[in-house]
Design a protein around this ligand. Structure first.
Ligand code: UN1
Length: 503
């Protein structure tokens, strides 16, 4: 059974890079320090950041490890994943606690995230048995046509801070089971969770060099992980600004790239909806994970017939939310992840006020002195937001909900689609025709009917359209296929092709 790590016992962790199966210090003198966003006096971890030379060493290690890993049978690769899942499952409360301390999300949400990652590991472990191609009939006699799924080689995985366990796990697992070697660069705000992920794979028996960890600032190591000739694919989740850059560099190199970026996800509540269900879904979607979720509900479109009634119910619920350290029982909303995100939240609140939106609740840091050392912002609702306002169009990534009203189903749909992003959306209605019309016409990658905009499941594709994503969907078969090349084999076993007219 694995032993507890110091970070899980509230001591300051001293972290290292993981390159070629060895834990080593980064080459910069710059220290990366991760602190608890609920109280920034608490240091979680320290480390010396990586620079380009470390990233190059990691790429080299991955390249060297590739032939043996590629030749390891896929079911055997899958079993290492299954073992990693078993190790992590036995430690899930400790991991969730660490996540709450490092990222700030409340403990029940952290546990939920660990569970989700475990399900994804289970799914991809099984895919080791199902890395199948097809056989197809040939135009020619005594010919066999078939396809093989083969790994790409070295792949870079670049992940954000808001799901410090689930997102790395759902990218690393398919990359590994498909037979690739990985250089993993997580966001600098969550190094301790990243180290735990790598330690779990190490303990599960992953050979040296197959998974390497680079902890450093994006500016120091980001570009080389996309530009280096050894990198055959990049899987990125994060901001639009960086995602577009990753996509441009990878595109110019002609390598595979998938970028999962922002969202500005609408929830539509029609007059016939079960309002209590809609209320629960909007609360969870807008304020869960402190709104720091690319799938968060950030726009609420209310049928004008129930708008005032719904907002009254909503405000009553919002008032009940307790802010605080996510490890405390009864706390419903954790802090923003850092000072810069807090500033972004507060800036958008000011912008919305200036643009004429009506502040219904929240809008500032809480007065409670006990929260003064955390990056807290009150759950905030603005009414009267119009599509011209920045709060309607731009992702805040905080607990700030923009509300507007629609006169009809068609207007609600038009408002929902009036957006540069297209990740996910929700409609609350009991009317089958409305639900199906909305599902068909919504310009998004994922539609929720009578459920919140958030979340995903391992066995179905996850991802968005428009400004929310480019490249292959994640999770599911598609998430695995991204990390493979398909090879077609034409096997002529008696020479029928010699005299054929097939081109
Ligand atoms: C979820 O809603 O459970 O960065 C997952 C994000 C998304 C993941 C959301 N890539 O918020």
């Amino acid at each position: 059974m694995p032993t507890q790590t110091p970070a899980l016992k509230n001591e300051v962790l001293v972290l290292k890079q993981y390159i070629a199966g060895k834990w080593i210090d980064g080459s910069t003198t710059k220290e990366i320090v991760s602190t608890n966003p609920a109280d920034d006096r608490q240091v979680i971890a320290r480390l010396r950041g990586a620079d380009k030379s470390d990233a190059l060493r990691a790429l080299d290690a991955a390249q060297k490890a590739f032939p043996a890993w590629r030749d390891t049978p896929a079911p055997v690769r899958g079993r290492i994943l299954a073992k990693a899942a078993m190790i992590a499952r036995a430690r899930k409360e400790e991991l969730a606690r660490l996540m709450t301390r490092e990222e700030g999300k409340i403990y029940p949400e952290a546990l939920g995230e660990i569970d989700k990652g475990l399900t994804l590991m289970d799914w991809f472990a099984g895919e080791g048995m199902r890395l199948m191609g097809v056989t197809a009939p040939s135009e020619l006699p005594r010919n066999i046509l078939y396809t093989l799924r083969q790994p790409l080689g070295v792949v870079s995985i670049i992940t954000p801070w808001n799901f410090p366990w689930a997102i790395p796990v759902w990218k690393i697992s398919p990359a590994l089971v498909a037979g690739n070697c990985v250089v993993f660069k997580p966001a600098s705000l969550v190094p301790a969770m990243a180290v735990e992920i790598v330690r779990i794979f190490e303990e599960a028996g992953l050979p040296a060099g197959v998974l390497n960890l680079i902890l450093g600032s994006g500016s120091a190591v980001g570009d080389v992980l996309v530009e280096d000739a050894r990198v055959k694919a990049v899987s990125f989740t994060g901001s639009n600004e960086i995602g577009k850059r990753v996509h441009t560099i990878a595109g110019a190199r002609g390598i595979k790239v998938t970028c999962e970026m922002g969202g500005k996800n609408p929830a539509v509540v029609m007059a016939d909806a079960d309002l209590n269900l809609a209320l629960a879904g909007v609360m969870k979607g807008a304020f869960g994970s402190t709104g720091q979720r690319c799938t968060a509900t950030s726009r609420l479109i209310l049928d004008e017939k129930i708008a005032d009634r719904f907002l009254k119910l909503l405000l009553a619920e919002v008032k009940k939310i307790r802010l605080g350290d996510g490890l405390e029982k009864g706390v419903g909303l954790g802090p923003a992840v850092d000072e810069s995100q807090l500033k972004t939240d507060l800036d958008y609140i000011e912008i919305a006020k200036k643009e004429g939106a009506k502040l219904l609740c929240g809008g500032k840091r809480p007065a409670d002195k006990n929260l003064a050392h955390g990056y807290f912002v009150e759950p905030t609702v603005f009414d009267g937001v119009t599509p011209k306002m920045r709060l309607w169009r731009e992702e805040v990534f905080g607990p700030v909900l923009a509300v507007t009203r629609a006169k009809s189903f068609d207007e609600a749909l038009e408002l929902a689609n009036d957006c540069e992003f297209g990740l996910t959306c929700a409609i609350y209605t009991q009317d089958l025709t409305q639900a199906l019309r909305f599902s068909e016409a919504a310009e998004v990658g994922m539609v929720h009917v009578n459920s919140p905009t958030i979340g995903g499941e391992a066995q179905v594709p996850f991802g968005g359209v428009k400004g929310s994503g480019v490249g292959e969907r994640e999770m599911s078969k598609e998430g695995l296929h991204f990390f493979t090349e398909l090879k077609t084999v034409f096997l002529d076993y008696t020479g029928a092709a010699r005299s054929s007219n097939i081109y």
